[in-house]
Design a protein. Structure first.
Length: 184
């Protein structure tokens, strides 16, 4: 009878460890999938930026420094790897785009250009998609990190080398708001 109880306890413990391990694998996969979603949305954003710059250039060609700043920030953001580097690059790109929109605000003809208006709408939609993707990513990271930090799952996570993931956050409160791109 004692042997049966010991075997039952060992089996229960084994199933518990396997369950926690599988849950950690699932959460790690969800984090990767969520990051992929952010990556797709950022690519859409990067693809819109050159057209936006060209449209603004047609109306404000003397704003060369602003265009170079946006182009450089886009290049850095496209080359960033990892959550921390991507986060820093995106913050820089957001600041550069704010400068571009400030330039555009000074040109009434540009604000009424149909191509520019369509790009505004497209960029606004992409920004909202990026926000949703960030929220989903951060939620999956939260769930994974809680499991990695919680006892007794932290023992299993540490035994198998699971690492906490970084949140994808913005630097300042003003950057947390979706950029306003309505020039009507």
């Amino acid at each position: 009878m004692t042997a049966v109880i010991i075997v039952a306890v060992v089996l229960a413990l084994g199933f518990y460890v396997v369950g926690i391990y599988n849950r950690l694998i699932k959460l790690r996969t969800n984090v990767g999938e969520a990051w992929s979603g952010i990556d797709v949305q950022l690519k859409k954003r990067y693809d819109l930026i050159p057209n936006l710059i060209e449209t603004v250039k047609g109306f404000a060609s003397h704003e060369r420094e602003t265009f170079e700043s946006v182009t450089k920030a886009r290049t850095v953001a496209m080359g960033a790897s990892g959550v921390v580097d991507q986060q820093a690059a995106e913050n820089q790109l957001t600041r550069a785009l704010s400068g571009l929109f400030a330039v555009a605000e000074r040109y009434p003809d540009l604000k009424s250009n149909t191509n520019f208006l369509q790009m505004q709408q497209d960029l606004s939609a992409v920004e909202q998609d990026i926000e949703r993707s960030r929220r989903y990513y951060n939620g999956t990271v939260r769930d994974q990190n809680i499991l990695i930090d919680s006892f007794p799952s932290n023992v299993i996570a540490n035994s198998f080398g699971f690492q906490k993931s970084a949140f994808f956050e913005l630097e300042s409160e003003s950057e947390r708001a979706v950029p306003k791109v309505d020039f009507k």
